[in-house]
Design a protein around this ligand. Sequence first.
Ligand code: PEP
Ligand code: MG
Length: 838
Amino acid sequence: MTATQPLELLAPLSGVLLALDQVPDPVFASRMIGDGLCIDPTSQTLCAPLTGVVSNIQNTGHAVSITDDNGVQVLMHIGLDTVNLAGKGFTRLVEEGQRVEAGEPLIEFDADYVALNARSLLTLMLVVSGEPFTLLANGAVDIGQPLLQVSPGEPIEAASEEEGDALFSKPLSLPNANGLHARPAAVFAQAAKGFNASIYLHKQTQSANAKSLVAIMALQTVQGDILQVSAAGEEAEAAIKALVELLAQGCGEPVAATVAVVESVVSATVLRGVCASPGSACGHVVQVAEPELSIPEKGAGEAVERAALARALRAATEALQTLQAKAVGSAQAEIFRAHQELLEDPTLLEHAHGLLAAGKSAAFSWHSATAATVKLFQGLGNALIAERAADLADVGQRVLKLILEIEDRAWDLPERAILIAEQLTPSQTASLDTGKVLGFVTVGGGATSHVAILARALGLPAICGVPVQVLALVNGKHVLLDADKGELHLEPNQAEIEQLKAARQQQAQRQQRDVAQAALPAITRDGHHIEVTANVASLQEVEQSLTLGGEGVGLLRSEFLYLDRNRAPSPEEQASTYTAIARALGAERNLVVRTLDVGGDKPLAYVPMEAETNPFLGLRGIRLCLERPELLREQFRAILASAGLARLHIMLPMVSLLSELHLARRILEEEALALGVGELPKLGIMIEVPSAALMADVFAPHVDFFSIGTNDLTQYTLAMDRDHPRLASQADSFHPAVLRLIATTVKAAHAHGKWVGVCGALASEALAVPVLIGLGVDELSVSVPLIPTIKATVRELDLVDCQSIARQVLGLEEAAQVREALRGFHAATVETSSVLEN
Ligand code: PEP
Ligand code: MG
């Protein structure tokens, strides 16, 4: 098929045709959005006028665009000002990215409701890609009847991308009440077309070609979205200035007081994200992107295609097994085992087989099945599920390449590469040549993603959640990655480089010394013992913690033992895991097993949960377990199997009400009685919700211990999502509000003779150790590799000094002040200890 064959567009509705000039709306009538026609509808289901892909469907359901294989793009807009209806009266029948046949229903609408509540029901069909057309009908038309004949000229060549670094505007907040819907988007795109520059509009991690109306609409912007304009080329600066002003003024729509137009051009020298894996490196930018694959839709017969899919799945399984064998016992192995499970997922396979039966190719069927699930995962608004989407996309791509027989060649990388990518997949990360790659920077991803876990396992510094402008950096540019601070320096000077090198050397020396002394107890110089235990998620980590001087396990995140399973582990399997961990620790060491903390950011595939609007405030942790007591009973039984092998403690997560503790204790007592376990394990709760901290005096008589989960306590106290890339620097556990809650908790616990630990990430920060000790915390449960550092830090301190700095920081105003005070304290302490040592 060539691009020059004429294309007939079918009537998307029945009704009466009108010329665009008759539309009472200057933007449509002037053809600024595109030429086409208007229908006064008599039917209520909008159907596709051509075969193609749904390139955009507005969340409000009032507008949809279809793009065919030759790039002909048709926008349909139901009614005028219908964006104001905010979706009421419209039902979307298709998803963005879905392929549709001409005549297929796209949107249903309630004509009465729309006519009564919007300015007009007149519906527009516009050829926004600009091809010429001739009219095939007039007057009354029936749905499906040919309406226009479009002559697609030669495919319009994509405007050549301008070379060189792009300039970026400062972020600005979108003032339009209904976001950039069709009309303001058209005004913006029209203005952008006037500049000799390649221009993009950015919203968080998404970017749209600013000259494409549909691309802008696909950003689905809403009022208050933070946007940036970037431009490269001759008129870049002028374009940014004009377009930022246009955005601030509402792109032709009246907006409340013009937002302060921000300084138009930024030439940031530091880009910030969050630390995914610590460390630092100096190297050269290498932009990496996955090539687009061409996927044939039609198959060569069901049996042939079925066999092709089966072959590819088998080959992928073998490849994953090899990767697991290479990484046995490590985090990588676990991740690839999870990928292998995805290959067997019955829902995915059922979806793919359905398409094979409909005559589609193996590649098309598999790709559609995985892509639909990836999209579903991404749309749930849950950071952890979105990260699992990245895993699925990765497996999907692996199988797809096998079907298409595309060889996965390793990237040809120069030495000292700092990789820059929209997103890396776990497979790409695991196969990085660490001889050449010094670190990486991604726009997507989060500190809890599998990619972050792999980067840590490989010892590669990495940051994620970096602004999209990083994708505009030219290859070969010399940059400095300071992952500890979450920063990428674009213009590093020699002094900064030297400073970083020296700091790295010092850190390495100190680390060596701390590891050598890891077996020494953590006793302050004035004789106060702090128990330093480990946060673990596997037997392997428990064993590693013991070699690094860990004094027990302060937090076993039991939900991580089986996070990537599709099927629940059997009771015997659970019991044998806990028993093996308890045995490794021995009868003299604490083992604190936290019961399943599922929900919120941690879904478990085998515990089906309903989607929640606000999962962090929903059925999480103990709440979910009490809703499904069988789950809790089974876990209690499995944990109790290890009674006597270690000093067993059970800890309940996310407790916010005293009644939750009472209910859980009753269940534990019943299960212990049934199993004939005479001595109950110690029972404690996590303090990670402000209500529990504030009522610690009420909880204390009923528990054996508290352990403070500063990760959640911070997010709930400051009302800031713990995985939000843009809030990462403010959601700081050093905030005095969090520290005051820790103080309240410790005071209440000690008044009742109970001990208090901290198992959130704050305990793993050497800077926080003095304040935690000063507040009276008895145990620090830390991430395994940091055990030697935290123990060494304790040994440098005096309890009385810690008490005094703790009192002081509780009175400060914000986290930054606390950090500064603690840095001052640290400098003074280290000086004193080195004087004493000499
Ligand atoms: C915490 O919230 O601090 C904690 C230790 O629990 P998790 O990070 O597993 O939610
Ligand atoms: Mg928590």
